[in-house]
Design a protein around this ligand. Sequence first.
Ligand code: ADP
Length: 485
Amino acid sequence: MIDAILVPNRGEIAVRIARACREIGIRSILGHAANDDVRFVRRFFDDAVPLKSYLDVNSVIDAARASGADAIHPGYGFLSERAELAAACEEAKIIFIGSTAESIAAMGSKAHSRHLMQRLGVPVVPGYDGDDQTNFQAEADRIGYPVLVKASAGGGGKGMKIVRERGELQPQIESARREAMKAFGDDRLLLEKYIEEPRHVEFQIFGDGRGEVVHLFERDCSIQRRHQKVVEETPAPRYSEELRQRMAQAAVAAARGVGYRNAGTVEFIVTPDGEFYFLEMNTRLQVEHPITEQVTGVDLVRAQIDVAGGKPMPWAQSELRQRGHAIEVRVYAEDPDDRFLPQSGKIALYAEPSGPGVRVDAGVAQGSEIGVSYDPMLAKLVCYAESRDACIDRVDRALRDYTILGVRTNVSWLRRVVTHEAFRDGRVSTRFLVEHEESLGRGTPEVVSAVAAVLSSAGVLAGRPGGVSPPRVTSVWDALGSWGR
Ligand code: ADP
C-alpha cells in the first residue's frame, strides 16, 4: 500500500492528482520549481518540496526521499514519459505510478513501436521506419506523395513536416533533423504516408502488467491546432458501433501485446473511408482523460494509484459502459487575434462556470501569475450531457459563464468552434480549424469591442463595483477579458 505520493508537476494535473490522494486518504506532496506560481495548486496538497526543475530526475528522486514519499505520480508532460524516471524509481524502491521503464522506452520511439505493432498485427500507416537513414528519397517515392516526415523520438508535433512534392523532401528532411536534435537529442526520422482529412481517435486502455487489459472506449481528438488537441469528445461522432469495436479490439491487442501496466492511450489516425492505423501509444495519463471519466463514471487517477499499490484491476471489460456524451475544451492564455501567441500576466478576476454536467479542472485562480516559462493552459472545461447536441449546448453555456480578466484567453474563440455548424454536424477532421479559419474568425467579436468602447468612454470600467477593487486594466480588451461573451 502507498502512504505518500510526490507529484513533481504543476497546474491542473497536479491538482487532479492531489484531489484523488485526499479522497483515498494518502498524503500528497507537491514537487515544484522555484519560478512557478504554485499558490493555488499548493492548497490541495499536504506538503510541498522544491525541485531544481520539473525535468530533473535526480532532484525528483531526492525530493521523494526528503519528503518521505513512497510513490511518485508524474502526471503528463515533463518526466511522465521518460524511462529514466521509472528506472530511477525502481532503483530507489519508490513506486512509479505509471507504466514500466521498458514499456515507456519501447513506446517512446515511433519507429520501434511501429515494428512492435506490425508484429502484433495492428495496422500502421504505410511508411518507412527502417534503420537506414540515408535512403528517404527512394522510400518517399515508393510511398507516394504527400508524405509526412516524423521524428522517431517525437512528441507534441515537433519535427513533423508535410512533403507534397519530390523536390521538397531533402530540405524538409534537413529541417526535421535539426528540430528533432534540438528537441529530443535524437535526429532519427521516419516517413509515413500523409493522410488527407483524417480524424484522430484514441482509446483509453488500462492494464495490470500481468496480461490483463481493458479499454475504456474512445476519444475523438480531431480538433487540433498545429497537431495539438484543442477540443476532445467521446463517443466519436458519426462512427458505427462496428468500427469503434474493431478499433477497441486493436487497441487492446496493442496493449496486451506489450504486457501493459497502468493507464495508457492507443492513438489511431482514421481515413475518411474508415481505415484506421496505429499512430502511437502514450504511456501515461492524458490531458483529456476527464471525458472518459464522465462517460464511464470511473476515476482513472484513483485506479492508477490502486493498481500501482498492488490492488487488482478495478473493472472487468463487461462492467464498463459508455453513457451519454462528454466534451472537453482547453482554455489557454493566448491571443486568437494575434496568431494565438501565449499571454502572460496576472489573473485579475476569475469566475468558473458550474451547474449540471459542468466540471472544471483548473490550475489557476484569481491572482495567479501566468508566466512565460510554462505551457499557457489555464484549465480544462469538461461538460457532460445525455446527448451530443445537449452537450454542445452545455459547453456553449458554460463558456459564456466563464469570466477571466487580466489575461487574454481563447474562451470566446472556443465558443465559436463548438457552435460551428460543421462541428454540430460532427463533420470533424484534423483540418477543421484550418478549413474553417475564416468563419471561426478571430478573438474579439465586434459587438463586444463596441460595447467595451462605449463602457470605457462612459467610465464604467474604471468604477468600483460592490466594493471589490477593480482589476488593473491595460486595455479595454483586458478589462472585458472573456466576460459575457
Ligand atoms: P506527436 O507524438 O508529435 O504528437 P503523432 O504521431 O501523435 O505525433 O501525431 C500528432 C498528430 O499529427 C495527429 O493527431 C494527426 O493530426 C497528425 N498526423 C500524424 N500522422 C499523420 C499522418 N500519417 N497523416 C496525417 N496526419 C498525421
